[in-house]
Design a protein around this ligand. Structure first.
Ligand code: VGL
Ligand code: ZN
Length: 204
């Protein structure tokens, strides 16, 4: 049997869990679904995203002397809002959650490493720079992606968007993701966008 599917696990890092600096409420409830998916042998590869910012990263509100969640968009890779300090390279906040079976990750794609450019999608940075994920998946013969992780309405949404543009069949593991919901309705709107784009919602 040719395995043509990959599992994409987006940013399951401490800072995005309940006690982190940019918490997604209920985040720890998604761990079991993600681990169950990873234990399934249908995947040719498991690829994890890891938000990995230097301390002078310009997505951090403090580096502009501003409050977190202040709207800001320089059209060159930072925005639409500024964030609390999160996922600093090498810190506990940037590490994967201990309940995630990270031994099952085959590849880790780090993103947001350039001080002046943020990166939501694990395919490309917000200024369009490729991270190599598409080339990796193509080289492995992958045609279909199951996508889970954090946060549904940011990094996962942008990852789905770029994966669709790259021509992959996409399934979002709906019990393996949660949203930030910075504005009420963001999660629902994102799910409706997924449906309209032909993304399948699955449970694991
Ligand atoms: C994320 C905001 C800033 C995410 C990363 O992983 O969804 N959100 N950096
Ligand atoms: Zn970030």
């Amino acid at each position: 049997m040719k395995m043509r599917k990959a599992l994409i696990v987006v940013d399951v890092q401490n800072d995005f869990y309940e006690t982190g600096s940019l918490p997604v409420s209920g985040a720890s409830q998604i761990n079991e679904a993600i681990n169950r998916a990873m234990r399934d042998s249908v995947y040719k590869a498991i690829v994890a995203g890891q938000d990995w910012h230097p301390s002078n990263h310009m997505s951090f509100a403090v580096n502009h002397g501003k409050e977190p969640f202040t709207p800001f968009d320089n059209k060159k890779g930072i925005g639409p809002v500024l964030w609390p300090v999160h996922c600093q390279q090498g810190t506990y906040g940037a590490a994967f959650h201990t309940n995630i079976e990270t031994n099952r990750f085959d590849y880790i794609i780090r993103k947001g490493t350039h001080p002046h450019v943020d990166s939501y999608s694990i395919f490309r940075e917000n200024d369009g720079t490729e991270l190599g994920t598409d080339g990796l998946l193509r080289a492995l013969g992958i045609e279909e992606l199951d996508i889970c992780g954090l946060a549904l309405d940011y990094c996962l949404k942008y990852t789905v968007h770029d994966a669709l543009l790259a021509g992959f069949k996409i399934n979002v593991i709906i019990n393996g993701t949660k949203g930030v919901e910075a504005n009420i309705g963001d999660v629902q709107r994102t799910i409706e966008e997924f449906r309209r784009a032909g993304v399948e919602l699955i449970e694991r």
